[in-house]
Structures are given as structure tokens and as C-alpha cells.
Ligand binder design. Sequence first.
Ligand SMILES: [Zn+2]
Length: 99
Amino acid sequence: MRKRVSGAAVAATGTWTDPDGVRMPAGEVHAWERGTNQTVCRLQLSRQGLTRFPHVTWADVQPATGRDADAVTSVCRRCAAGTGTRRDEKPWRRENPRP
Ligand SMILES: [Zn+2]
């Protein structure tokens, strides 16, 4: 059984800097728990070349609802499954579940 994660931050394959000079995730995003060096789907950050974004929450990069998802091209499904799709957790997305 997968450990539940709440308040996860983000690790991504790419980065960009917003007009305020804040680094933002781009490309594929994974959920990452601060203080660890692997993603929720158990990728090693350094080995995969993923960049950490401790100031960006997983909720913020969900394309449907997040405010920092502009440059996100894909969301890791395994991380999504490990973070917040259960009914008893905070819903990250609107009520239009995909098949
Ligand atoms: Zn992942």
C-alpha cells in the first residue's frame, strides 16, 4: 500500500522563470515530499535530472485547477495516484473525472 502524501511539493523535468523572477516547473511534473530525494513514484531526483520546487505545491501544477501549471506538459500518473485522488483527500481537480 502506498503511503499517502499530503502537502507535497513538485519536481519537474524543466524550469522557467516567471515575470517575478520565481522559478516555476515545466515539462513533466512529479510530486515530491520536501526532505526526501525521490519523487512519490520513487524516482531518484538526481538520477532523473529532476529539479525541485519546494515553493510550488502539487495542487498548483494540476493543469485543470493549478495556478502554476502554464508550462506543465504532463503530470505523472503514478504521482497523481499517490497524492490526491481519493475521496477523503482534498480534491485537486474539478468534478470531471477522466475514464
Ligand atoms: Zn512521478
